[in-house]
Design a protein around this ligand. Structure first.
Ligand code: ADP
Ligand code: MG
Length: 209
């Protein structure tokens, strides 16, 4: 299931490479899709090297190391650190439920905030990733099925990307544009949504099968 989900993410990123470059052309330097495609390529190689019985913890750790080492731009090291810290909170046999997802996204968000010195509202990938993490908090999950929680998280991620259109960038290259960055989606927030949307649809498929 994990392997299948990661393969789907790799495919989605490669499909959206041109779109992500175009978003980054508007408020950055036009390379976000290419940087993410480099990450997808590195992820492909990591997956090929994993034993059949590799745990999610081991796979995320290997992905984090590969992305940190091989992926350029500011997004590469940020996504790399997020994956490495997410791997650390997992146990060998962690079950992928809302509690675990809250820990994974919590660790990822904190890693990005620490490395990027950034927060919600700066017009970055955090504007998608923080709302996802919030959705998985126990108080927001009470009385909901796992499928409903995933739907809420995906909607929160989509709203987060929409929100980046309405604000001026305070971090990354787009920050140099100030108010001129208003009206455009943040490329990193867009790639985070693509990744999460793909994972959600794979998780939902696996709940039904
Ligand atoms: P670069 O900006 O170096 O060209 P990319 O184009 O690959 O790198 O990535 C740009 C994305 O990285 C932005 O759209 C934003 O989401 C994210 N980003 C940049 N700086 C930060 C930061 N300090 N904190 C969080 N995210 C950031
Ligand atoms: Mg760029």
């Amino acid at each position: 299931m994990v392997r299948d989900a990661i393969e789907a993410v790799i495919k989605a990123i490669l499909n959206e490479k041109v779109f992500l470059n175009e978003l980054d052309e508007k408020i950055g330097d036009g390379d976000h899709g290419s940087n993410m495609a480099g990450g997808a390529q590195a992820a492909k190689e990591v997956l090929a090297e994993q034993d059949d019985d590799a745990t999610l913890k081991e796979i995320l750790q290997a992905l984090g190391d590969a992305v940190t080492e091989n992926v350029g731009g500011s997004a590469g090291p940020l996504y790399g650190a997020a994956l490495q810290e997410a791997a650390k909170v997992l146990k060998k046999n962690s079950k992928l439920d809302a509690v675990t997802l809250e820990k994974i996204f919590g660790a990822a968000v904190e890693a990005i905030q620490l490395r990027g010195n950034s927060r919600r509202g700066d017009k970055t990938m955090l504007d998608v990733l923080i709302p996802i993490r919030e959705t998985f908090r126990a108080t927001n999950c009470a009385g909901k099925t796992f499928e409903d929680i995933l739907t809420d998280a995906r909607d929160a991620a989509r709203d987060g990307l929409e929100f980046t259109k309405t604000i001026a960038a305070r971090k990354g290259r787009a920050a140099a544009l100030g108010d001129k960055s208003i009206g455009f989606e943040d490329p990193g927030a867009a790639s985070s949504l693509i990744i999460f949307r793909t994972l959600c649809s794979k998780w939902k498929d696996s709940l039904r099968s």
